[in-house]
Design a protein around this ligand. Sequence first.
Ligand code: GDP
Ligand code: GDP
Length: 453
Amino acid sequence: MPLPTVAIIGRPNVGKSTVVNRLAGVQDAIVYDQPGVTRDRTYKRAFWGDREFQVVDTGGLVFDDDTEFLPLIREQAMAALAESIAAVFVVDGQIGLTSADEEIATWLRQQPVPVLLAVNKCESVEQGVTQAAEFWQLGLGEPYPISGIHGNGTGELLDQLITYLPPAEEISETEEIRVAIAGRPNVGKSSLLNAFVGETRSIVSPISGTTRDAIDMLVERDGQTYRLVDTAGIRKKKNVEYGPEFFGINRAFKAIDRSDVVLLVIDALDGVTEQDQKLAGRIADEGRGCVIVVNKWDAVEKDSYTIYDYEKIMRDRLHFFDWAEVIFISAKTGQRVEKILDLVNVAAEQHKRRVTTSVINEVLEDAARWHSPPTTRQGRQGKIYYGTQVSSRPPTIALFVNDPALFNDNYRRYVERQFRQSLGFAGTPIRLLWRGKKVRDMERGNVNRATRV
Ligand code: GDP
Ligand code: GDP
């Protein structure tokens, strides 16, 4: 498992950045009194006892006000929490309980992560206990009086925090990449799996996947571990009877849902069929990285086709998939099989990539300069105020605009093309969320998926 993340949540000015620096042991950081708007989420490494983690600072969370960039900050905080193993909710012990704290607490109580309540600015230990007491009513368990500035109380907080963290030996810095091999029956999935196992050689432990009767397999190459998802749904063992569902499309869909990168295996002799398109659609919908693997290339009459002609015909049938790399291989002869994992590495890297807010806004400014947003007959023109990446896997960028209805599909596609041209993202889908200034989108689900608007 990768380094676990702890999100620091709270309203503006309660001392979140100060607490982050304290937990991360950053001594000399100066905390500026700046509004949280332009601040990207920052990740800082922290140690306590034998546990290691990273703390992520979030902008000040405010629920009852949609002015300026507050919806964006809120979205950032939600995205940060979604990828965290635990959260520290910071409140201000000198000011006392506020209604904004209550709103945040209500939201936090609904989240599936443990929350620790830190009552900051309690420099005096005796007073701190009294100051902290009223925060019991937030329903988040024991309030910990601390001082981010002086450091008192943070030891107790950290002692409790690390009980939620995995032991060091479970953390590996190079994350495994989860790979699904998907494709119609007989395209050569199990041949490819065998070719991989021969190719990678090391390992190879079959381990239970999360769904019933799914077996994953770990393979390793050049220090990188790959988890081949649900190989039981691929391998046909002799003398074993499997029901029709075993190799069915639902099973393929489930494997896709659990992966970072999908190898979409296509039979070179058949070309892209309707079922291939269906699988491709699922991969894009689920936001997975993808490499298109055209198998049985050895069996194709090379006189009638060149790779380029072939790729062109194929791309036409998968036109919404132009971001995915294509590789022509033969699982049978082993031709180019060893190159597949190189493409998987690129796709996985791009899939989890984070781009800073300033870079995103440069692309947006450039895009608007070349091609201004559309204007209605009544003279209203679309305006993009600001963009920021709210999550990764796949990269998801929220664009705050005056009115999403003013941006037609053409312009949206244009902006997406600009992002691809400037930033690449080879091998991964990206998502753009067009948000009006007044959006009040409190559901976490809307941040993470299903909001391809
Ligand atoms: P954020 O907006 O929540 O990230 O808050 P900051 O970390 O920027 O801190 C806001 C203000 O509170 C700054 O003026 C800090 O110096 C002050 N502050 C932070 N922690 C403490 C603390 O433990 N005690 C006191 N007295 N002030 C603090
Ligand atoms: P699966 O159903 O997708 O797992 O497909 P299999 O791996 O069982 O392969 C189906 C058939 O295609 C078998 O007869 C294989 O020998 C054949 N096959 C697989 N890969 C290749 C290849 O690269 N070239 C050729 N010519 N045949 C292949």
